[in-house]
Design a protein around this ligand. Structure first.
Ligand code: G3P
Ligand code: MG
Length: 247
């Protein structure tokens, strides 16, 4: 079962804005997206910030590690220049800023817990704790937490079992069903490149939601939906609109 939107803007604004920034969220919204995926990692002082890579170098310049840098120092980094000069000075937002924006604009969030190496359980715990603070049970905007880290999701469940979880995998492991059961997860999130129709069918028959990342070609998106995939995220928010999969 899948009770959520069907097309999500990946990392906020896909390839049209610097990933995991407020500019990205604004860009997604400007393209009509009211559903978004972004990545969240802990700073040194345990503040969840929007970030994909544990090391500086790609989206923020210089040398350093997110998990060894305070949230205040991270907020002063430039997460926009790498993408284009018009985004120079775009800061690294924290989870609260992103959640406030999404709540104010009625945007549903798939929050991907992206732990720095060694910080799996703590990241899952803190992200769940913050989510519980932002959203009361039953809130239609209650986010879905996902992660490649089983440990992070287990810690999220221990901290806030009422915040829903999805197990995120590149290739579906043979024990996918057991892992979903242990996590009391609502969905499996998987790389569309390795999905097969029979695997999609098995996930749906087991009663779980099925989400794919990251689908950038409309014809592939149609094929996946035909296999029973419930939802997907896309980088090409210019090609694949929020209503692509129907209401
Ligand atoms: O959450 C789906 C997708 O974002 C996972 O891969 O590397 O883009 O975070 P990545
Ligand atoms: Mg992600």
């Amino acid at each position: 079962m899948w009770f959520y939107p069907r097309v999500l803007a990946h990392r906020g604004g896909g390839t049209l804005a610097p990933e995991n920034t407020m500019a990205a969220l604004r860009c997604g919204l400007a393209h009509g997206f009211r559903a978004v995926e972004f990545d969240v990692m802990l700073s040194k002082d345990s503040v969840p910030v929007l970030m994909h890579d544990p090391d500086f170098g790609r989206t923020v310049s210089g040398k350093g590690k997110v998990g060894e840098t305070s949230a205040q120092a991270l907020s002063r980094l430039d997460a926009g220049s790498w993408f284009g000069t018009s985004f120079t000075g775009e800061p690294v937002p924290d989870y609260r800023q992103a959640a406030d924006f999404c709540k104010a604009n009625r945007i549903w969030m798939n929050v991907e817990i992206k732990p720095s190496p060694g910080a799996e359980a703590e990241t899952g715990r803190v992200v769940a704790e913050w989510t519980r603070r932002f959203f009361a049970p039953g809130d239609p905007l209650m986010p879905l937490l996902s992660s490649f880290s089983f440990e992070a999701l287990a810690a999220a469940m221990a901290e806030a079992p009422e915040v829903p979880r999805a197990f995120l995998v590149d290739v579906m492991p043979p024990d996918w069903r057991e892992r979903l059961e242990v996590l009391e997860a609502v969905a499996l999130h998987t790389n569309h490149k390795y999905l097969l129709p029979e695997r999609a069918r098995a996930v749906k028959q087991a009663g779980y939601g099925l989400f794919c990342y990251t689908v950038n070609a409309p014809e592939r998106a149609r094929e996946l939906l035909g296999w029973g995939v419930d939802a997907f995220c896309t980088d090409r928010i210019d090609l694949i609109g929020p209503d692509f999969a129907g209401a």
